[in-house]
Design a protein around this ligand. Structure first.
Ligand SMILES: Cc1cc2nc3c(=O)[nH]c(=O)nc-3n(C[C@H](O)[C@H](O)[C@H](O)COP(=O)(O)O)c2cc1C
Length: 203
């Protein structure tokens, strides 16, 4: 059973969540888990101006995803930073290249799930996750979120990401906040939960 974690990250927050999602997925016996980045669409000059070149070196080793790879997965967990309350353009462009997969129904019945990061606490995490789900529904995927059995999303004693729609982190206005232990626990939970459902579906 193959699990793909497909993400874009500019400063490392989504990458860190993706690592934790992979850890959780690997807890399921029999799961083969691979991490992939979606292709960059910005020029090096723009990335430099955005201060992204240095942070992106930390995950440059993650292979870039080819659209066809999606067809070989049983579950796909997508990670994207929030851009104006929506997925980032890099992810949108990648998904817009999946028309052939859609035409063949290649992703029908596969498990799909989403996680995100935004600068501010109420900066559009839920809208990013929910609007991303629309694309997964069009592909016929079985959309899975983060159930409340991950109790960490109930806590109010500290600022935390995470909702029934998926795990998330709050990066801060300058990207100064990395995913908290609670958010990383939620990411591991989601990875394991999605993989467990995919295992049941592939039996
Ligand atoms: C063009 C642009 C739009 C953004 N829009 C939002 C937004 O709507 N809400 C928000 O809280 N943060 C927004 N951000 C901040 C990003 O979500 C933040 O940099 C990201 O979550 C960090 O994750 P990463 O390090 O994995 O890229 C935006 C950033 C950029 C560059």
């Amino acid at each position: 059973m193959r699990v793909l974690i497909v993400y874009y990250s500019m400063y490392g927050h989504v990458h860190r969540l993706a690592e934790a999602v992979a850890e959780g997925a690997r807890e399921v016996t029999g799961a083969e888990v691979d991490m992939r980045r979606v292709p960059e669409t910005l020029t090096e000059d723009v990335l430099k101006k955005m201060g992204a070149l240095e942070p992106q070196k930390a995950f440059a080793h993650t292979p870039v995803c080819k659209v066809d790879e999606l067809a070989s997965a049983d579950a796909i967990l997508f990670g994207t930073p929030t851009r104006f309350g929506n997925m980032c353009g890099q992810m949108r462009q990648f998904l817009d290249a999946t028309g052939q997969l859609w035409a063949k129904g290649s992703l029908v019945g596969k498990v799909g799930s989403v996680f995100t990061s935004s600068a501010t606490q109420h900066g559009g995490q839920e809208s990013t996750l929910l609007s991303f789900h629309i694309t997964l529904f069009h592909h016929g995927m079985v959309v899975v979120g983060l159930p409340y059995s991950f109790q960490g999303q109930m806590r109010v004693d500290e600022i935390t990401g995470g909702s029934p729609y998926g795990i998330s982190t709050i990066a801060g206005g300058q990207g100064e906040r990395m995913p908290s232990d609670n958010e990383l626990a939620g990411a591991r939970f989601q990875g394991k939960h999605v993989t467990g459902i995919a295992l049941k579906l592939t039996k």
